[in-house]
Ligand binder design. Structure first.
Ligand SMILES: *[C@@H]1O[C@H](CO)[C@@H](O)[C@H](O)[C@H]1NC(C)=O
Length: 588
């Protein structure tokens, strides 16, 4: 059973929370931090619009909520320790300070529906009222994971959708709305909001004892942002997971849920929120899946799509999906309104949303296989069509046969992909040799090399692919330069040697590798030099073999092998050099 990862950069939860809150004042200099009450507030609160917004809750949900303090958003945020509500005293101090700094001030406190928060924030608001402050409380419960019947007395919890309610409230307040009006519009947003989360694992709270995570391979749907239990566990794919989650958000026949109803064409805001530990790449894949399924299953297209980190559960390996129905036309402009808060990311300008997102699914075109290569322009450099293509075929087959050995070597000293990369390239060139384009080129050396360069470029990736593509392209240029005059002439060993030398020189412009660096260069350089000196292919291949042998035990100073420290060095040649030797051996 997997254990929660307990490795952190900061292991003292008290220091961690304080440092995190201080950091909010560095990333947004318009903020002030009061360490006594753990309040982050706008320095200019007194000169802000009449209605001020206060929020807060346990720490561990950053950027919620200190990250949303800023002009056009929250006026202050009160933080508890990790996953624990701040005290009523802390909240009261924040509400009192802001509630009395303007004569007509109104303070709307917007919190999530958690027992501790309800008690402490509720008490603080009552105290503030008793002290003559115009204060009101709005509680957000957007969770649909735990349905009505099971929710029972616990009710709906607040999740990432809360941020949208606060954004709408903040923009309304910035526009000069009254406390009643801000509360009305924010409440309407809360009533048209639904969120569901899913997590791969529980999170470890810094400083706490490490326990086993009994979740194993399962995914918990509806896990709360404090590790609390949700709807249940499933073992499924991303697509199956998103299907279940969207059903919980939208299925009208689910009487236990059906909190919001969206019909095709209706406007809504979608938010895909990272719970803290999902890679940005993976969040992108999740977002694409959500948009695709909304479109295909429900004929729904979000008017705004927010994908990023808004409310976390520490480094939670999970995400949540929020849907906000545009129940009032102003919702979109309030979401679009600028907000000077470091945690808010809605970087796309409203005008660019006007045409809506394109939910059609483009399919990538197939890469050109070797057999579709277009023959390049003819030259006067002749080749023996009876011999050359067959020699090349034999060489490519020799390389393909060597793939398992190259892969074996590369698994020891590299990342294991070299063999397949070479094999893919060789197979594509073989395919090309059987195509009509090759028939046109097989008696024209320059044309053949140019065609092969195209095939290599289109079919080989990775470092080897790039090196071979540069080399073959440069070989074409080198051959061209070595041809004197216009009349047809055979591609002599001298011309090939001159072309290869030029290609080697060219390759040197893009890779710093020298013989001795344990790369393909250790075989390539002796081959080209010996061929140039002796014009004898057999001897040149012999020199390449020797060069390759010399890489055994050589310490890598370039390429991926640098990062691998293994015992296999001594018996293992450089896989790239080995592959080249196998290719060259096929020629003789
Ligand atoms: C908050 O939870 C309580 C139960 O503790 C529930 O009665 C109430 O409806 C919930 N509020 C919201 C806004 O979801």
């Amino acid at each position: 059973m997997s254990k929660l990862t307990a490795k952190h950069f900061s292991n003292d939860p008290v220091a961690l929370v304080n440092a995190g809150l201080r950091a909010a004042t560095f990333t947004n200099p318009s903020l002030h931090f009061d360490p006594t009450h753990k309040v982050v507030s706008l320095r200019s609160a007194a000169s802000q619009p009449t209605v001020a917004l206060v929020s807060g809750g346990g720490s561990g949900h950053e950027p919620s909520f200190a990250g949303f303090v800023g002009e056009g958003f929250l006026t202050a945020a009160v933080a508890g320790s990790v996953f624990a509500s701040p005290s009523a005293e802390q909240v009261f101090r924040a509400v009192e300070a802001i509630g009395t700094d303007q004569p007509d001030r109104g303070v709307l406190v917007i919190i999530m529906n958690y027992t501790g928060d309800m008690l402490h924030f509720g008490m603080a608001v009552e105290k503030a009222r008793a002290a003559g402050i115009k204060a009101d409380l709005l509680v957000v419960g957007d969770d649909v994971g735990v349905g009505r019947s099971r929710g029972g007395r616990i009710g709906r919890r607040g999740l990432a959708g809360t941020v949208l309610v606060q954004k709408i409230a903040g923009a309304a307040a910035a526009g000069g709305a009254s406390l009643e009006e801000v509360r009305r519009i924010a409440g309407l947003a809360g009533d048209n909001l639904a969120t569901v989360g899913a997590s791969l694992a529980h999170v470890h709270v810094p400083g706490r004892q490490v326990t086993a995570d009994e979740l194993g391979d399962a995914i918990e749907i509806g896990m709360g942002i404090h590790n609390e239990e949700g709807f249940g566990r499933v073992t499924t794919t991303l697509s199956g997971l998103v299907e279940t989650m969207l059903k919980q958000l939208l299925d009208q026949s689910d009487k236990d849920r059906a909190y919001i109803q969206l019909s095709p064409g209706e406007e809504f805001v979608a938010m895909v929120n990272n719970l803290g530990g999902i890679s940005v790449l993976e969040l992108g894949a999740i977002t694409a899946e959500v948009v695709d399924q909304l479109s295909t299953t429900y004929s729904l297209r979000p008017s705004r799509l927010l994908s990023g980190t808004y409310m976390t559960s520490l480094n939670g390996l999970g995400f949540s999906i929020t849907l906000l129905k545009v129940a009032d036309k102003s919702f979109l402009s309030l979401i679009d309104a600028p907000a000077d808060a470091a945690g808010w990311s809605a970087p796309v300008q409203p005008k660019n949303w006007a045409n809506g997102i394109d939910t059609s699914k483009p399919e990538p075109s197939q890469p050109k296989s070797g057999s579709e290569t277009q023959s390049s322009t003819p030259s006067n450099l002749q080749l023996d069509a009876q011999v050359a293509p067959n020699k090349l075929r034999a060489a490519l087959k020799s390389l393909i046969d060597a793939e398992p050995q190259v892969t074996k070597y590369d698994t020891v000293v590299g990342d294991g992909d070299c063999g397949l990369c070479l094999k893919t390239g060789a197979e594509a060139v073989l395919k090309y040799l059987d195509s009509p384009a090759a028939t046109a080129s097989q008696s024209d050396a320059l044309r053949l090399v140019r065609d092969i360069a195209q095939v290599v470029e289109q079919n080989m990736d990775g470092t080897s692919g790039a090196l071979y593509a540069i080399f073959v392209n440069s070989l074409a240029a080198g051959l061209q330069a070595a041809v004197a005059g216009q009349s047809p002439q055979p591609a002599t060993p001298q011309i090939w040697a001159a072309g290869l030398k030029a290609a080697l020189l060219s390759l040197g412009k893009y890779t710093p590798a020298q013989p001795g660096d344990r790369t393909v260069i250790d075989a390539l350089v002796p081959f080209v030099n010996t061929l140039a000196e002796t014009l004898d292919v057999k001897r040149a291949v012999g020199a390449a073999t020797q060069g390759c042998e010399s890489t055994k035990g050589m310490k890598a100073s370039l390429g991926r092998s640098v990062y691998v420290s293994v015992e296999g060095w001594n018996s293992c040649p450089d896989p790239g050099a080995y592959g080249l030797v196998k290719l060259l051996e096929g020629f003789v």
